[in-house]
Design a protein around this ligand. Structure first.
Ligand code: OSB
Ligand code: MG
Length: 369
């Protein structure tokens, strides 16, 4: 395929409700939408999901834009690409910068699928057209507020609840939610807010039948996570730590994890994410699809990807209404009996809403042949 043009929209969408985690507070989500055009006029969409602050991982929107403009785009347009896997190989000379790589690689997947008149779900050997999904709930001011928020999501049909926790905002919250919802699939995510000094907290959390505990310790720590796992029954799920299949293998061998939160963007794209799916499947690990408060473009990709064999737990892929009042795609993702439909149309199966892009975005041309 021949790339003739690469455009981007710098978008910033207000969240329906602010989101508080152990490391920060989010009222808007910014993202870039890449539009890659080929010689036949097909267009592939990719989402750059990095945050504005380097507080979840080290990349930011700004660092990723630089890497795209100065390194990834020049590499891509100089080369002959026949399959999206070629893009991953091409980008392997550049270290790290996973989200920058993923934004372009996923746009090429969409383009490739459209050129072959197939949906991404088809290309990923989708096993189902409806996915059970969960919702990730930010830290609330009080236990009462949290119970209200959880109750609302449960009423909407979510079958798995993830609570963000931080020191002193952990056990009391989990205890209250568990006693209101004894059967609910419930888990927590600490976003690296603790270390082994808090072992007693985790021993206590271990008594609430949590499905897993996500990223309790440092974002590149494996040893303390392994030590923790020896002391608790609840599986540890790693998120921030996992940038590649090698990280999953390391965590598995060391006993630092029982499950993986897989974000395509955090591991450099679909081709790399696929290796993790295979490894988890072959080794009986928990596997589910994480989220980055993506726009509908990124969410469509997550739905297609997570509908394949190997994913065995509801992901952080919530309905459109959970995130933004207005999105930049024309379609909406609506919950039906706790499930979202996997898009069926060619490629990602979603179309850009030009009016919303104009309202919330700024247009840039990154490359013209
Ligand atoms: O740690 O999984 C996380 C959102 C932004 C950054 C990190 C995380 C999250 C979430 C929500 O937990 C994911 C979503 O619903 O998109
Ligand atoms: Mg997480």
């Amino acid at each position: 395929m021949n790339i003739t043009k690469i455009e981007s929209y710098h978008v910033k969408l207000p969240l329906v409700a602010p989101f508080k985690t152990s490391y920060g507070f989010l009222s808007h989500k910014a993202m870039d939408i890449l539009v890659v055009t080929d010689e036949l006029g097909n267009q592939g969409y990719g989402e750059l999901v990095a945050f504005e602050q380097p507080d979840y991982t080290e990349e930011t929107l700004e660092t990723a834009r630089l890497i795209l403009a100065n390194h990834l785009i020049p590499l891509l347009v100089q080369s002959q690409i026949t399959h999206p896997d070629d893009v991953t190989r091409l980008f392997s000379v550049i270290r790290g910068n996973w989200m920058a790589k993923s934004s372009l690689e996923t746009a090429i997947w969409d383009l490739y699928a459209k050129r072959h008149k197939k949906s991404l779900a088809e290309l990923f050997s989708s096993q189902t057209d409806k996915l059970s999904v969960g919702v990730s709930i930010g830290i609330q001011k009080s236990v009462q507020d949290l119970i209200e928020v959880v109750s609302r999501y449960v009423a909407e049909g979510y079958t798995r609840i993830k609570l963000k926790i931080a020191p002193n905002q952990d056990v009391s919250f989990v205890k209250a939610v568990r006693s209101h919802f004894p059967e609910m699939l419930l888990m927590v995510d600490a976003n690296s807010a603790y270390d082994l000094d808090s072992l007693a907290i985790f021993k206590e959390l271990d008594t609430y039948q949590l499905s897993m505990i996500e990223q309790p310790f440092g974002y590149s720590d494996f040893l303390e996570h392994a030590e923790l796992q020896k002391n608790i029954e609840t599986p540890i799920c790693l998120d921030e730590n996992i940038r590649s299949v090698e990280d999953v293998m390391l965590g598995h061998r060391l006993g630092s994890l029982g499950a993986v939160n897989l974000k395509i963007s955090r591991v450099g794209g679909v081709t790399q994410a696929q290796k993790i799916v295979e490894y988890c499947k072959n080794n009986g690990l928990g596997l589910w699809c994480g989220g980055m408060f993506e726009s509908g473009v990124g969410r469509a990709l997550n739905l297609a990807f997570a509908s394949q064999e190997g994913f065995n737990f509801p992901g952080d892929i919530s309905a459109s209404t959970r995130y933004f009042k207005e999105d930049i795609i024309n379609e909406t993702f609506e919950l039906e009996n706790g499930r979202l439909s996997v898009p069926k149309e060619n490629g990602l199966g979603v179309t850009l809403n030009k009016a919303m892009l104009e309202k919330y975005g700024h247009y840039h041309v990154m490359y013209v042949k």
